[in-house]
Design a protein around this ligand. Structure first.
Ligand SMILES: [Fe+2]
Length: 291
């Protein structure tokens, strides 16, 4: 069967959108899984050329102006109206060169994360957050290139941290030549709080705005900052956070293992799980929401 290809231009270096998450698991191996921390490998040397090229584009193009433009374009949330399950099915139409017989669909990935959270006895809003946290990837279906949908996020409008993966690629970012953006705080101020910071544009920020009216604050932090590895894992950008951010980042860190390590080979049964999740979705979300 001929399947449409997600990656067809030089703007889309990765064959598969999930290659980025695969690269995160290489960078941050699961130390709770019998793998000692010494097993941490030289990610930069091992990163696939396609992933490296993806980061080169991401770091080159994510400028403050670009982020502001995407916020103006998307955050009025006037692209579509649909329910959560419908959005999951929409995301599932994002097909690529993966093997449909062995690779899990996007819905199956989301269900795996949610089921891992459910197994560990976390609250219902936490399970729901696992289910929906990547729905912002529908940005791809609105025509956004990979580098504007996935990838580690980082603040723009202030100095780029060398704790962001492949920091050398920021040399090609036009903002590197703007002195006002290159002090430690840039256009922000010490301890101003992440709410005031513009992060690089992607699926996290977009879904945060879609979900804001409906979920408790820890869930919204998890959604908005789950790709902000420089902060939640490398502890960079602390000077921009306030005490409330630091408190809430405990939740972001609690969520991260489910994001990275819940992707088992076993295929969850969508038909069996759907009633439980439809009920959970209805507990928090209206039947239709603005995207
Ligand atoms: Fe994600």
């Amino acid at each position: 069967m001929s399947r449409p290809k997600e990656s067809s231009t030089t703007d889309q270096p990765m064959n598969h959108l999930d290659d980025w998450e695969e690269s995160l698991r290489t960078r941050y191996p699961d130390s709770t899984n019998g793998k000692p921390n010494e097993a941490f490998r030289d990610y930069r040397a091992e990163a696939r050329p396609s992933v490296k090229e993806f980061y080169r584009l991401n770091h080159r193009h994510q400028t403050l102006d670009f982020v502001l433009e995407k916020k103006r374009e998307y955050l009025p949330l006037r692209k579509r109206q649909m329910g959560i399950w419908e959005a999951m099915e929409f995301l599932n139409t994002l097909v690529d060169d993966s093997d449909p017989d062995t690779d899990l669909s996007q819905i199956e990935h989301l269900l795996q994360a949610a089921e891992a959270i459910r197994r560990d006895g976390h609250p219902r809003w936490f399970i729901l957050t696992g289910l929906i946290h990547d729905l912002g990837k529908i940005l791809c279906l609105f025509g956004e290139p990979q580098w504007a949908v996935v990838g580690d996020t980082f603040p723009v409008g202030c100095a780029f941290s060398d704790k962001v993966v492949f920091p050398e690629f920021f040399a090609d970012n036009p903002d590197s030549g703007v002195a006002r953006y290159q002090s430690a705080c840039g256009i922000y101020s010490t301890g101003c709080g992440l709410e005031r910071i513009h992060l690089s544009w992607g699926h996290d920020e977009y879904l945060y705005h879609v979900a804001t009216p409906y979920l408790p604050e820890p869930a919204l932090y998890m959604i908005r900052y789950h790709s902000f590895y420089a902060a939640h894992t490398e502890r960079a950008y602390d000077h921009l956070m306030n005490s409330h951010d630091r408190e809430m980042f405990r939740w972001v860190r609690a969520f991260n293992p489910y994001d990275l390590y819940s992707k088992a080979a076993a295929r969850p049964s969508v038909a069996v799980l759907r009633p439980f999740y439809e009920e959970l979705i209805a507990e928090f979300f209206p039947p239709v929401l603005e995207w």
